[in-house]
Each structure stands twice: as structure tokens, then as C-alpha cells.
Design a protein around this ligand. Sequence first.
Ligand code: MD6
Ligand code: FE
Length: 204
Amino acid sequence: MSRPAPTTTLAGFEIFEGYLDGPAQAALVDDLREVARRAPFFAPRTRFGKAMSVRMTSAGRYGWFTDARGYRYIDTHPEGTAWPPIPEGVLAVWCDLVGAARLPDCCLVNYYGEGARMGLHQDRDEADFDWPVLSISLGDEALFRVGGKDRRDPTRSIWLRSGDVVVMGGDARLAYHGIDRIKFGTSTLLPQGGRINLTLRVVD
Ligand code: MD6
Ligand code: FE
């Protein structure tokens, strides 16, 4: 099976615009409803004590977490229950664009309500940066900013839309990136509006 080509490349980030069609997006939202039922969204606090505007949960062997002790992966939901499995439809996207040699250990689920954003950051809590991070956008449009390995490197921005997939690997694996804002109400996929972003990672 040949890997589809990205529609855009931005600072080493591969963007697959419109990768998921409407029915595929709706099927993922249904799967995520079950994930959120078993592992409810929570509002994590950074190690500086500030509540993040994005609400989070996870699926897989590990979930990403942050509190006063800092950023890390934990093997149960903060309430103590196991993280639910990563939905098959989500794994299928990883297998198509990254390969099936190794499946992701974590699917971080981020929910952006009106006004939520995510500051410029690197994804560096994983053990092996040879594995890319794959992200799936669902719902409202979001302004994605990407830079380089140094926080001061110049940045460029692109709007991510529902069904778009981003692969951050190779030289871009440790690049800074963030979400400046979402355009609330630009999609009808989520009944309450807003945006869901899934990021898949190999953790160990
Ligand atoms: C977001 N995404 O799209 C935030 N990380 O809401 C990320 O932080 C991200 O899109 C790693 C790789 C791709 C991403
Ligand atoms: Fe990230």
C-alpha cells in the first residue's frame, strides 16, 4: 500500500488536508464519545499552577498529564480508572500515514471551546523522537503556528480544518508549534461547537 502524499508541507510538517471525509469524521466523534464516557475530560494545570484553556483526556496505554509536578505520561486517568483503548478508526489513520510496525501508545484528546488556545510548545515528553507525532483535527477551524527547534525561530501559520491530518516527524519532530485561536462555530461536526484535536504518539 502506498502512502498518500501530503497536500502541503510547512516547515517540515506534513499536512494532509481533507484526509477524513464527513462520514469518517462523524464516526470518529462517535468513538470519542465512548472514550470521554470512560475517561472524562479534565482541565489540567501547568506546573506554574495555571489552568489550561484546553480540556483533555486520553486513550491508550498512557495518557498525557500535567500538574504542579510538571508534564508527564501517566498510566491511569487522574480519577484512577484505566485509559480506554485507542479507537480502531484512529489507529487506521496512523497505519496509513506512519505504518503498522509500531502502534501509538497514547492518543491525547484535546477539546477547544470558545476562546481556548494552546501556547507555543515542543512535544518532548516521549522517549524516542524517531517516531513522529500525528494529529487529527475535528470541528472548528484552528490557526496552527509552526516554528523551528528554537523558540525564537521565525514562525508561519496555517488554518487547520475538520478532517485535516498533520504529521510532525523528521527534522520537524522537535519544532515549536501551537494553536493561536479557533474560529468558533465554523463547523457543525460537534453539537456543542468547538474543536477536538487528537495527537498520537509512541511514548516508551
Ligand atoms: C492542536 N496540536 O492541533 C495542537 N502536536 O490542537 C499539537 O500540539 C500537535 O498538531 C504535535 C504534532 C501535531 C500537532
Ligand atoms: Fe504538540
